[in-house]
Ligand binder design. Structure first.
Ligand SMILES: [Zn+2]
Length: 236
């Protein structure tokens, strides 16, 4: 039984494989503990998304175990319940039509900044390249319902950063596609760690705004991108 239109079947099958496989990157980059992180991708042209099943360990994930939901978080295909963060992902897709994928982690250093409710200052060039700004803090919100999603969308709308630190919780990233959103999650943890370590031994200053702007602009142009959040392919 399925509510998925036949002409989206190939795309859904591809996204099931892609979203499943990218969860291995969360392990590889040490962003998750147990089952605490999740990835979803929008099905382009349909009001659907593909998301991790709830509570299934990463080793046991398969393309078939991914859950297809509508953009209100209601499952339409799959044997498992969707991630407990599904409502947040769904809200972001509804509120931000340009977003093709969402990633959530509690990665250690970034979540330490979230615990303090402190934005990560844009103090290094890699951060200016990738985020183009401080990584902002979103409001504290309890899981369930639209509060987390509203906080993500309100913080990231019009912001260069594809990552938000949800206060007292963890990281949400967005991207054009799942790979880009995962990359943002990896880079967010990397710069969170570096700036944290730097701060342990002295003050850390933001880069001057005109340098941040120039670095961000160059990064976009060098990699042939047309705007914010089209950040795939940093190494190519
Ligand atoms: Zn969480």
């Amino acid at each position: 039984m399925t509510a998925i239109p036949a002409h989206h079947a190939d795309t859904v099958a591809r996204l099931r494989r892609e979203v499943c496989a990218l969860h291995a990157e969360l392990i590889r980059w040490n962003l998750v503990t147990w089952t605490s992180g999740n990835i979803s991708a929008r099905v382009p042209g349909a009001d659907l998304m593909v998301i991790k099943p709830s509570g299934v360990t990463y080793d046991d994930l398969t393309p078939e175990s991914m859950v297809v939901c509508d953009l209100h978080g209601t499952p339409v295909e799959g044997a498992h319940a969707p991630s407990s963060d599904t409502d947040a992902h769904a809200y972001v897709y509804r509120a931000m039509p340009e977003v093709g994928a969402v990633v959530h982690t509690h990665s250690t250093y970034a979540t330490a900044w979230a615990a303090r409710g402190e934005p990560i200052p844009c103090a290094i060039t890699a951060m200016a390249d990738e985020f183009g700004a401080d990584i902002p803090v979103g409001p504290f919100a309890l899981i369930g319902g639209d509060d987390i999603g509203k906080g993500i969308a309100a913080t990231l709308a019009g912001h260069r950063s594809p990552a938000v630190l949800m206060r007292g919780h963890g990281v949400f990233t967005i991207g054009r596609d799942a790979k880009a959103a995962v990359k943002a999650a990896v880079m967010c943890e990397d710069v969170a760690r570096t700036v944290h370590l730097a701060r342990e031994h002295g003050p850390v200053d933001r880069l001057p705004q005109h340098h941040i702007d120039a670095l961000y602009d160059r990064y976009q142009n060098v990699y042939g991108q047309r705007g914010p959040r089209q950040e795939e392919g940093a190494d190519s």
